[in-house]
Design a protein around this ligand. Structure first.
Ligand code: COA
Length: 260
């Protein structure tokens, strides 16, 4: 599949998906959103791909938001459709069956911050800046940001950032748990790929079930989450990789997972 606004490269079982509109700081116009959705649908069933790294082109921005020239034309009818479409695409990423790592290489603002929030793991470069500055445009985050940011960094902090539109630098993002690692920009992509490759060597089913188990913690009570966890644990016990992983340990050898 040929894309215009994204680059897609598959290396050693890791897909590197780069939003590629550097002259617009990788702002998400509707064409880019379409391509993002198509790419994730394509990657979901691509057996060669075990992990995804999502990043932005250039040294300045991950994604500087939804494209404001398109937002400017919205009204109350298509505004709802606009938000729901973005939510659907970011939900696809959040519920993706393989790990998605955001390598945030600069501005992650508005829809860009929401895109990073929908990924399973976020790491960033020292120059990264996060924020939900939508109030400055007369709108609120509409791609799931009010919900995901609140769950991730707590309601008081999320409220402050969403109401003030203040930007969050990489060190503060690390301190409040918005990201899990910070690296010099020149190292960021390789560190993300390294992490992806490391996860790619684990038992694929266990990784997929672990994502589901962790993600549901935001949605249900602890008891319901544990019931779900036990079912997912049971599914893992039915896989060949589970036999291989446990046998390899007992036989004091390295496991050779087949993702079966
Ligand atoms: N939508 C559309 N275009 C955008 C954009 C966005 N979200 N963010 C940046 N761009 C464009 C600019 O219009 C400019 O295009 P031009 O060269 O054709 O004029 C280009 O990207 C470079 O941006 P510029 O503003 O000149 O860079 P800067 O270094 O001075 O400022 C930012 C960087 C990120 C602070 C600034 O671009 C900005 O505030 N962007 C909007 C952030 C935002 O509100 N996002 C939420 C949207 S919901």
């Amino acid at each position: 599949m040929n894309y215009k606004n994204i680059l897609l490269e598959i290396k050693n079982n890791t897909a590197i998906l780069t939003i590629n509109r550097p002259d617009k700081l990788n702002a998400l116009n509707s064409g880019t959103m379409d391509e993002l959705e198509k790419a994730f649908i394509e990657l979901e069933t691509n057996e060669e791909v075990r992990t995804v790294v999502l990043t932005g082109s250039g040294e300045k921005a991950f994604v500087a938001g939804a494209d404001i020239s398109e937002i400017n034309k919205l009204d109350m009818i298509n505004g709802k459709e606009f938000a729901e479409r973005g939510q659907r695409i970011f939900n696809l990423i959040e519920n993706f069956n393989k790990p998605v790592i955001a390598a945030v290489n600069g501005f992650a603002l508005g829809g860009g911050c929401e895109l990073a929030l929908s990924c399973h793991i976020r790491i960033a470069s020292e120059n990264a800046k996060f924020g939900q500055p939508e109030v400055n445009l007369g709108i609120i985050p509409g791609y799931g940001g009010t919900q995901r940011l609140t769950r991730l960094i707590n309601s008081g902090r999320a409220m402050e950032y969403i109401l003030t539109g203040d930007l969050i630098d990489a060190n503060e993002a690390l301190r409040i748990g918005l990201i899990s690692k910070v690296y010099p920009q020149i190292e960021l992509l390789n560190k993300a790929i390294e992490m992806a490759n490391k996860i790619g060597l684990k038992a694929g089913h266990a990784v997929t079930e672990a994502i589901k188990a962790v993600k549901i913690a935001d949605q249900v009570s602890a008891r319901e989450g544990q019931i779900y966890e036990a079912s997912l644990f049971a599914i893992c016990c039915g896989t060949e990789d589970f036999k291989e992983g446990t046998s390899a340990f007992l036989e004091k050898r390295k496991a050779n997972f087949k993702n079966k």
